[in-house]
Write a protein that binds this ligand. Structure first.
Ligand SMILES: *[C@@H]1O[C@H](CO)[C@@H](O)[C@H](O)[C@H]1NC(C)=O
Ligand SMILES: *[C@@H]1O[C@H](CO)[C@@H](O)[C@H](O)[C@H]1NC(C)=O
Length: 450
C-alpha cells in the first residue's frame, strides 16, 4: 500500500465528500480509481477502492466496496477494518498481488512474404477457419529493394492487405500474401465508390485485431477510413472520416472482404472497434475505442453488440462507467465512461493509448491489455496492464519491451496476437518500423509468460 493511500484515507475520514484529486497523483494511483472518484461518488467509497487496489485485495474479491447507500458510519468502520488489513499487509506479507511474470520476449526479426519487396505498416490479427491472419495498412510494392524517394522502383501500391501467417509451417513471421509477384499484394477492402470513396483520396487502414465470428469461419474488424487529402494537407485531426465494419471470409481463391455498411462510428465519436474487439462467451462482441489528445478523458471506452448485429449501429450498447446504456458517451467525457485511463505528456499534449490489443488469458486467469502510446512515435515502449474485470481495476501500465527501430526512424502500430496460443501463455507481438524516405517494415517478437 502506498503512503498516499494512507494520506487520502485520513483526509477522507475528516471530510467524507470527494472533491478533488489533482492529476499529478496519477503516477501513484490507478487511473481507473481516479475516474471512478470523479464520477461524483463519495470520497469514502473512492478511498475504499484505492485501498482495494493498492493493498492487492481487489483481485481476491474478498473485500467488496460497500454500496453508497449503506451509510457513512458503516463505511468508516469498514474502512478502519480495511486500513487494519492494509497495515498488516505493509508489516507482513507482500502488499501487491504480484504481476504475472514474463519469462522472455524473443525477437523474431522482420516478416517475410511469398511476394518479395512489400513495404507496409499497420497490423492486428485473428484466426479465421483455423488459419492465423494479419491485416495491414498501406503497402508499397517495389521491383527490388526499399522504396526510393523518386518512386522509380515502385511497382504498385495498395491501401491494405491481408496475409496468412505460418501458412507454410516455417514460422509465424513467414507470411503468405494474396496477389501476384508482378502486381504485389491485393488490396482487400472494397471502397464505396458511390458513397464518395475512391482510390486516390481515400484509404482504409486496418490497425486492430480481427474477431473470429460465424462459428469460426469469418473474421470481423473495424478499420478506419481515411481522407488522404486531409493527410497531404497536414490536417491530421481531420484525416479519419469514420470506421467501417468489415467481414473476412475464405474462399478457394483466398480471402474475400465485404463491408456490410459504409460507416459505423464517425470522427468525433469514440471509434468503437478501432482499438480491437473481444468475443464474449455471452453472445456479445465487445468493442474498444481509444480516447486520445484530451485533457482528462484519455484511455479506452467500451461498447457491445450481439455478434450477428456487428454492422448495425442501432443495436449497440455503450458502457457508461457503471452500466450498459443505449446512449453513447461523449468522446471527451472527463473519463466517466472509461474502462481504462492512461495519459502520457509530450510537448504539452496529453496522449492516450495508441494501438494495441485487449484479450483474456486463460493461462493467467485475467484480462491483459498491451499497447503502445499514441504519442507521435516518440515512445517505443510496449506497456502492459492486467485486470480481473474488463470494465475496471486495471493495474498501472508497466513498460515491458522496447520495439526495435530502423536507423533514423521510429516504431508504431504495435499489436499483440492472442490467437496463436489458445491458452494465452505465448503471445506474438508485431509493430511497424519506419525510416525515411519511404521504408516501412513489420517486425515481430514472441512473449512467453512464466
Ligand atoms: C496493382 O494491384 C491491383 C490489385 O490490388 C491491380 O488490380 C492493379 O492492376 C495493379 N496495378 C499495376 C500497375 O500492376
Ligand atoms: C478531405 O479533406 C479535404 C481537405 O481538408 C476536404 O476539403 C474534403 O472535404 C475532405 N473530404 C471529406 C470526404 O471529408
Amino acid at each position: 500500500m502506498h503512503w498516499i493511500t494512507v494520506v487520502i484515507f485520513i483526509i477522507g475520514l475528516l471530510n467524507a465528500t470527494f472533491k478533488l484529486i489533482s492529476s499529478d497523483t496519477d503516477q501513484f494511483l490507478d487511473r481507473t480509481t481516479i475516474v471512478y472518484a470523479s464520477a461524483s461518488t463519495t470520497f469514502v467509497d473512492c478511498t475504499c477502492r484505492i485501498l482495494r487496489h493498492h493493498s492487492g485485495l481487489d483481485t481476491k474479491g474478498a473485500y467488496p466496496c460497500l454500496p453508497l447507500a449503506a451509510g457513512k458510519v458503516w463505511q468508516c468502520l469498514y474502512l478502519l477494518l480495511l486500513l487494519g488489513a492494509s497495515i498488516c499487509c505493509i508489516a507482513g506479507s507482500p502488499a501487491q498481488r504480484p504481476s504475472p511474470r514474463i519469462l522472455n520476449i524473443q525477437s523474431l526479426g522482420s516478416t517475410t512474404s511469398n511476394l518479395p519487396n512489400i513495404y507496409r505498416d499497420g497490423g492486428g490479427g485473428g484466426k479465421i477457419n483455423g488459419i492465423n491472419f494479419i491485416i495491414f495498412s498501406d503497402s508499397l510494392y517495389t521491383s527490388g529493394g526499399v522504396p526510393k524517394s523518386d518512386n522509380s522502383n515502385l511497382v504498385n501500391f495498395s491501401s491494405n492487405s491481408l496475409a496468412a501467417s505460418n501458412y507454410d509451417g516455417r514460422a509465424i513471421q513467414s507470411l503468405f500474401d494474396f496477389g501476384t509477384t508482378q502486381k504485389g499484394p491485393k488490396q482487400q477492402i472494397p471502397y464505396y465508390y458511390d458513397g464518395g470513396e475512391n482510390d486516390f483520396t481515400t484509404a482504409i487502414w486496418p490497425n486492430q485485431g480481427i474477431a473470429t465470428l460465424c462459428g469460426g469461419i469469418c473474421g470481423v474488424s473495424f478499420p478506419s477510413v481515411i481522407n488522404r487529402t486531409a493527410i497531404s494537407a497536414g490536417q491530421d485531426s481531420r484525416s479519419v472520416l469514420y470506421n467501417t465494419p468489415i467481414q473476412i471470409s475464405l474462399t478457394a481463391f483466398g480471402p474475400v472482404v465485404t463491408r456490410p455498411t459504409q460507416r459505423l462510428f464517425i470522427r468525433g465519436e469514440p471509434l468503437f472497434g478501432g482499438f480491437g474487439t473481444l468475443v464474449g462467451t455471452d453472445g456479445y462482441l465487445y468493442l474498444f475505442a481509444t480516447i486520445t489528445k484530451t485533457a482528462d478523458s484519455n484511455g479506452l471506452k467500451m461498447a457491445r453488440v450481439r455478434q450477428h448485429s456487428f454492422a448495425d449501429r442501432s443495436q449497440y450498447q455503450y458502457w457508461n462507467g457503471n452500466s450498459w446504456s443505449s446512449k453513447m458517451p461523449a468522446y471527451a467525457d472527463g473519463g466517466a465512461a472509461n474502462i481504462f485511463s492512461y495519459s502520457q505528456e509530450f510537448l504539452g499534449i496529453l496522449y492516450g493509448p495508441g494501438t494495441g490489443d485487449l484479450f483474456y488469458s486463460t493461462y493467467l486467469g485475467q484480462y491483459v491489455l498491451m499497447f503502445q502510446a499514441d504519442d507521435p512515435a516518440i515512445d517505443r515502449n510496449v506497456y502492459v496492464s492486467y485486470s480481473a474485470a474488463v470494465d475496471r481495476g486495471w493495474s498501472t501500465p508497466r513498460a515491458i519491451y522496447q520495439t526495435s527501430t530502423l536507423p533514423g526512424g521510429y516504431s508504431y502500430s504495435f499489436h499483440a496476437y492472442p490467437n496463436y496460443d489458445s491458452s494465452g501463455r505465448v503471445i506474438p507481438l508485431s509493430w511497424s518500423e519506419y525510416a525515411p524516405p519511404n521504408t516501412y517494415i513489420i517486425s515481430m517478437a514472441s512473449l512467453t509468460f512464466a
